[in-house]
Unconditional design. Structure first.
Length: 263
């Protein structure tokens, strides 16, 4: 677990910082490095002490409780992904090798695969600032979260959720989600999405994969639902509300109150 915590603390990579041309781009890289550094501390401490570090920090009012909840859900999602990778990577590797894909399978272990997924996620967060023009509309992000949940999970009468199998998925929601996803993400996360697709297919016949995949997807949407809540949350003494923004030639331009950019 310390290896994962140490890796998180090194994201986004120094390689990405070298691509920054303006002070605002460098500040964005530093902001993300601090975010991952804090996540790294929480990851390590969650395995080393009995008390929840998020609760301790929130109780002492060192960080807004809503922010602590964000990191908790983010960590739950990544822990779910790590567990799934450990369960599935060998089977996924064998399938890829037998399929004779036109590109080489790059991972030597589950940990190496997980590190690659973490790095890709950090790149997704940083690369927009390097674009000549990139708009981030918070209402569109909220729409993508809701659409993604409808196309991947269904809610039971008792309030719990379960994974939707391929034949049960809502084709309209899938199409809408993929269109929003394509506009939102800069980097093509080929291996991550191949892996997730493989897990979805194998979930139909492999109970262990289904249980872990269901746990991951639930944690994923709990994390993103919280992001959606953050978008709606009002500004307060301990909470700095975010607004839609755009990156234009290395400068970050806020849409301001009541405004938004079309994604």
């Amino acid at each position: 677990m310390d290896m994962i915590a140490d890796y998180l603390a090194q994201l986004p990579s120094d390689r990405l910082l070298s691509q920054a041309k303006t002070d605002e781009q460098r500040i964005e890289w530093l902001r993300l490095r601090l975010n991952y550094g804090l996540l790294s501390v929480f990851w390590k401490e969650s395995y080393s002490i009995q008390h929840n570090p998020f609760d301790i920090i929130a109780d002492n009012k060192q960080i807004n409780a809503h922010i602590c909840e964000h990191y908790q859900r983010w960590m739950n999602y990544l822990m779910g992904l790590w567990k799934l990778v450990q369960v599935v990577e060998q089977q996924f590797r064998e399938k890829c090798l037998k399929a004779n894909l036109p590109f080489k399978y790059p991972f030597q272990s589950p940990l190496e695969m997980f590190f690659a997924f973490l790095e890709e996620e950090a790149e997704d967060e940083f690369l927009p600032c390097l674009q000549n023009h990139y708009e981030k509309s918070l209402p569109k992000i909220k729409e993508m979260i809701n659409s993604g949940k409808k196309s991947h999970l269904v809610e039971n009468p008792n309030g719990t959720t379960k994974l939707v199998l391929e034949e049960q998925r809502n084709s309209i929601e899938i199409k809408k989600y993929k269109l929003l996803e394509k506009r939102h993400f800069v980097k093509e996360r080929r291996w991550y999405f191949l892996f997730i697709t493989f897990c979805r297919i194998e979930s139909k016949s492999n109970r262990r994969i289904k249980e872990n995949f269901d746990t991951l997807m639930t944690a994923f949407y709990e994390f993103h639902n919280h992001i959606g809540t953050s978008i709606r949350k009002r500004k307060s003494a301990t909470w700095q509300k975010s607004y839609s923004y755009a990156w234009k030639k290395g400068a970050k331009v806020s849409a301001g109150k009541g405004g938004s950019y079309s994604a």
